[in-house]
Design a protein. Structure first.
Length: 154
């Protein structure tokens, strides 16, 4: 298969890759660009572990073909901290004890960030709805909802 050149701005830095066009964005970001914070849980769009922010929208990157995101601005979990300071949602997950195995957490935190960017004071139902596409096998969600609510107060 003919390879294709793609360009992304990821976490404020320009990246390019020369890829098979049938790779997913998740595969390119993890395997070619070595940003492994985004996880592959299901690979079928059901768990949200692979969530990234692409041009301001939360996407399941396992379902997006890498060429579809050519030219996009992408944020992964690696890009949330600034100058060593954690993003308020990251800090709130730590302070609230919302992390167990951690596998779902990058996607949960990005979902929380997108919510708070659009709705700085969400109620519990709005938080639950914002993370409805992100599955967690460990926490029972209560602490995760508390963490996002705490970040909204920060
Ligand atoms: S790995 Fe993408 S939604 Fe599960
Ligand atoms: S903390 Fe383990 S899957 Fe969510």
């Amino acid at each position: 298969m003919a390879k294709l050149e793609v360009h992304y701005t990821i976490n404020g830095r320009a990246h390019e890759a020369y890829i098979e066009p049938n790779l997913t964005l998740l595969e390119v970001v993890r395997d070619e660009l070595r940003l492994t914070g985004s996880k592959e849980g299901c690979g079928t769009g059901d768990c949200g572990a692979c969530s990234m922010i692409v041009d301001g929208k939360l996407v399941t990157s396992c379902l997006m073909l890498a060429p579809q995101a050519d030219g996009a601005e992408i944020t992964t979990i690696e890009g949330l901290a600034t100058n060593g300071d954690l993003h308020p949602v990251q800090q709130a997950f730590i302070d609230t004890g919302a992390v167990q195995c951690g596998f779902c957490i990058p996607g949960m935190i990005l979902a929380g960030k997108v919510l708070l960017d659009q709705n700085p004071k969400p109620d519990e139902q709005e938080i639950r709805s914002a993370i409805a596409g992100n599955l967690c096998r460990c926490t029972g969600y209560t602490k995760i909802v508390e963490a996002i609510a705490a970040a909204a107060e920060a």
